[in-house]
Design a protein around this ligand. Structure first.
Ligand code: PEP
Ligand code: MG
Length: 316
């Protein structure tokens, strides 16, 4: 029965009553593209670009090398959306030539967009390469910055995109609680939000994502995390803009329904999860997802939130 349900799970993501929720893939490079296409991804919601920077410990990759890699991914989704994240160096993704070696708390130091604003040449090359890679392709290119903390960060990123001549939508990842709390102000500078729930959980609960001993606090079902998702989605709706999720949270089918109920507009995940999320979302109406979301937010722990949502969706 499960196999039949998955086989029937094709086409665009939508709830049982037809509310569309584009289901996108997270890719870490061109090698991940075939699985994303095979799983019916409607595009890419998170193209992590760090892989390009791992070969050489002293230099950033050339513009030519970047253009070739970006083009491979963009070409795979004609008429689809591809959301590229600019380099997210530092903390759990250190790069020797960019990441300061002497920080006591790298996760709270110069990482993500902060690194790029300290190395404007690296950002400029990446944005120029993206602009050239997308030239002449029918793809909807969107480019987003990791670790945006406030409106000034969002403006600096949007300015860099415009200066590079990028004809794309510019967005901000919401990975820091300040960005969720002031999402409307950030949306004055950019056209979309994408929630990185892995880092958002880390910073909300002061729980290092690399430390197993605090993994309980990394659970994306934590009601406090759901509150920040809701704040971001409400801000985007008020501004007439989109707010997706590209963290691991989107790959949990039940949680994907809850995120939809919170107002999230797209879900991006590893290709392997796409059929399960598509099949589960198709079983429930938007109103049911909204009721499950409200029940989860009313809970006091991740476990309670999960069983409250399960209860609503199984009609208990
Ligand atoms: C996240 O933080 O949720 C995210 C999508 O980015 P990464 O896991 O690459 O930090
Ligand atoms: Mg992140």
């Amino acid at each position: 029965e499960r196999r039949a349900a998955l086989a029937a799970s094709t086409g665009p993501g939508a709830t049982a009553d037809g509310h569309k929720v584009p289901l996108l893939a997270n890719v870490g490079g061109p090698a991940d593209v075939p699985a994303a296409v095979a799983a019916g991804a409607e595009g890419v919601g998170l193209f992590r670009t760090e892989f390009l920077f791992l070969d050489d410990s002293e230099n950033a990759p050339s513009e030519e090398k970047q253009i070739a890699a970006y083009r491979q991914v963009l070409e795979a989704f004609p008429e689809g959306r591809v959301v590229v994240r600019v380099l997210d160096a530092g903390a759990d993704k250190p790069l020797a030539f960019l990441t300061p070696a002497d920080e006591p708390n790298p996760a709270l130091g110069v990482r993500g967009l902060r690194t790029l604003l300290d190395h404007p040449d690296v950002l400029r090359t990446q944005l120029t390469a993206l602009a050239k890679a997308a030239e002449g392709l029918p793809v909807y290119l969107e480019v987003m910055a990791p670790m945006v903390a406030d409106r000034a960060d969002a403006r600096a990123f949007a300015d860099a995109c415009r200066a590079a001549g990028l004809r794309a939508k510019f967005g901000a990842m919401v990975e820091i609680p300040s960005a969720a709390l002031r999402a409307r102000s950030i949306l004055q500078e950019v056209e979309f939000l994408s929630l990185g729930t892995n880092d958002l959980a880390q910073y909300t609960f002061a729980a290092d994502r690399q430390v197993g001993a605090v993994s309980r606090l990394q659970d994306p079902w934590q009601p406090a995390l759901l509150d920040l998702v809701a704040l971001s989605a409400e801000a985007a709706r008020a501004e007439g803009k989109s707010c997706g999720v590209c963290g691991e949270a989107a790959s949990d089918p039940l949680l994907a329904c809850v995120l939809t109920g919170l107002g999230v507009t797209s879900l991006s995940m590893g290709a392997a999860s796409l059929p399960y999320v598509r099949a589960t979302l198709a079983k429930f109406t938007l109103a049911q997802c909204e009721r499950a979301a409200a029940a989860a937010r009313a809970a006091d722990s991740a476990e309670e939130a999960r069983s409250a949502a399960q209860g609503v969706l199984s009609g208990e």
